[in-house]
Design a protein around this ligand. Structure first.
Ligand code: GAR
Length: 206
């Protein structure tokens, strides 16, 4: 069988970029068969852009101010991603809801990580929602992106306990530790051709 070439990834970010870093590290160590063709941020000041530049990856700020609405912004985003030949789009702390313009351009080829055990606690401040609700277990979810908010088919999840003395910060740190494990793993599976979407079920090949 012909060997698959590296998958061309685009990573979208808004902030610190620790998940971007974890994915870059797994590519550098040869565990993920991929190359990051660009990192795009909706915020010029995102530290994630510096991380990308340090790795010699094109780092692009695409701020929303110049666009009339979210669909126009997404059209500009699709153009950038297509120009770079992206095959998989990885949302790594990208704090914008995508419209149908992006979702239809990359069907089942946009992944997101969310700091909760979906379908519980979608949207903003998921860790605070979990604490306020009083759950005993929290966690994170990697899923494909559809037109809803954190509603797409689930690829991987990890569970962490909630401790009596947890704050939003301490719980977030415990969840992030797991994010840095399961997000590279989900990207690795995709790049190895081991993910198949069957309605809402995501089937993983051994
Ligand atoms: C991550 O914890 C991720 O789960 C969350 O943003 C953080 C980004 O951290 N994403 C969302 O809340 C999306 N709804 P990072 O910039 O260090 O990777």
């Amino acid at each position: 069988m012909a060997e698959r070439g590296p998958v061309r990834l685009a990573v979208l970010v808004s902030g610190n970029g620790t998940n971007l870093q974890a994915i870059m590290d797994h590519i550098a160590s040869g565990e993920i068969n991929a190359t990051i063709v660009c990192v795009v941020s909706n915020r010029q000041d995102a530290f994630a852009l510096e991380r990308a530049e340090k790795h010699g990856i094109p780092a692009i700020a695409l701020e929303s101010g110049a666009y009339a609405n979210r669909r126009e912004y997404d059209a500009a985003l699709v153009e950038i991603l297509r120009n770079h030949g992206a095959q998989l789009v990885v949302l790594a702390g990208f704090m914008r809801i995508l419209t149908d313009v992006m979702v239809t351009a990359y069907p089942h080829a946009i992944m997101n990580i969310h700091p909760a055990l979906l379908p519980a606690f979608p949207g903003l401040h998921a860790q605070k929602q979990a604490l306020d609700h009083g759950v005993r277990f929290a966690g994170c979810t990697v899923h494909f992106v559809d037109c809803g908010t954190d509603t797409g088919p689930i690829i991987l999840q990890a569970v962490v306990p909630v401790r009596e003395d947890d704050t939003e910060e301490s719980l977030s740190a415990r969840i992030q530790h797991e994010e840095h494990r399961i997000y590279p793993e989900a990207v690795r599976l995709f790049c190895a051709g081991k993910i198949c979407v069957d309605g809402r079920r995501v089937r993983l090949s051994p």
